[in-house]
Ligand binder design. Structure first.
Ligand SMILES: [Zn+2]
Ligand SMILES: [Zn+2]
Length: 345
């Protein structure tokens, strides 16, 4: 099969031909029909993820069709149209038994712990636990963006932030995760404020339901949010993962507000300074959010089917597998509006 592979961190990945995968007894092999290019792939390529063994094929936001099924798999057959959470549970640990596969103690992540979907085929483990059936009506490019950014945002807003109608929600960083969060929080009935440095992304945030937007390059962000909300946001998300957006997100909250850290903070940003006096004095909650387990996809897909959520609007450029190395290396420059998705293999 064709695959995009890198042999050293920070060295240009190449389009090469490698052996086709075969399914694990509990797994499947999918023919990849679409796969998103995400900043997490860039982190992996930079060497920020200790799970990655070289040589490596990245790619974790995927949708495809079951091509081969392992002998122990009960629920899936060749030809099924599926996606998969980027964090796959093991099925045996206490967190998996509690239904919290997104924090599985032995989790696997295609494109990190094993080869991913920047390829014609990808192996997925523990298929009965981790695969998600896709509605016939959903196109593969849209479905690919569910696996990471959209699902991650759904959990961050609905399950972790517990956003409810009438609340003020601030979203710091309007990339793929942030724009998804704007749409989801607006659908939940919240008044959403989008923050970014890029006017094009702020315009899209408004289109997707933000009631106000703030250009972080031109304003004191926490001050501006406290003014708009008359006292601060109830829930605020750092959808980017940077010390500045994290700090702004905490400082823009009203007393007893919730900060949800969704954007990854790795490498030089792994241990940021946190404004603890506000957290203690105002009883601020700090919450992490990490993907979303397969059994919660149904709630999200039902909202897509009923038209309350429209992830197709977040798909940006569609590229070929041959374009993937350059797209991956440029991922830290935040050039793209909406998700870049590989749809030609
Ligand atoms: Zn991703
Ligand atoms: Zn587990």
């Amino acid at each position: 099969m064709k695959a995009v592979l890198f042999e050293k961190f920070q060295e240009a990945p190449k389009l090469v031909t490698v052996a086709d995968p075969s399914p694990e007894p509990h797994g499947v092999v999918l023919r990849v029909r679409a796969t998103g290019v995400c900043r997490s792939d860039w982190h992996g390529w930079m060497g920020h993820d200790s799970d990655i063994e070289l040589p490596h094929v990245p790619g974790h936001e995927l949708a495809g069709v079951v091509e081969a099924v392992g002998r122990d798999v009960v629920n899936w057959k060749v030809g099924d149209k599926v996606t998969v959470p980027f964090i796959c549970g093991c099925g045996s640990c206490s967190e998996c038994h509690a239904g919290q596969q997104q924090v599985c103690l032995h989790q696997e992540q295609p494109g990190f712990t094993h080869w991913g979907s920047f390829a014609e085929y990808v192996g997925i483990h523990q298929a009965d636990l981790n695969l998600v059936a896709l509605p016939e009506s959903m196109d593969f490019a849209t479905a690919a963006s569910l696996g990471c950014r959209f699902a991650t945002s759904f959990r961050a807003v609905i399950d972790q932030g517990k956003v409810s109608a009438g609340q003020w929600v601030a979203v710091h960083g309007c990339g793929g995760v942030g724009l998804s969060a704007v749409m989801i929080a607006a659908a939940a009935g919240a008044n959403v404020i989008g923050v970014d440095l890029d006017p094009a992304k702020l315009a899209l945030a408004k289109d997707l339901g933000a009631v106000a937007v703030i250009n972080g390059g031109e304003a004191d962000v926490p001050e501006a949010i406290r003014e708009i909300t008359r006292g601060g946001a109830h829930v605020s998300l750092d959808a980017l993962g940077h010390p500045v957006t994290m700090t702004n997100s905490i400082l823009c909250l009203r007393p007893r507000g919730k900060h949800v850290q969704v954007g990854l903070m790795l490498g030089e940003h792994a241990a940021p300074a946190v404004p603890m006096p506000k957290i203690v004095g105002q009883e601020i909650e700090l919450l992490g959010s990490h993907g979303m387990q397969a059994h919660r996809y149904g709630a999200m897909l039902d909202m897509v089917a009923s038209g309350k959520l429209d992830p197709a609007r977040l798909v940006g450029e569609k590229i070929s597998l041959a374009d993937a190395p350059e797209a991956l290396m440029n991922m830290n420059e935040f050039r793209s509006v909406g998700a870049t998705v590989i749809t030609r293999f």
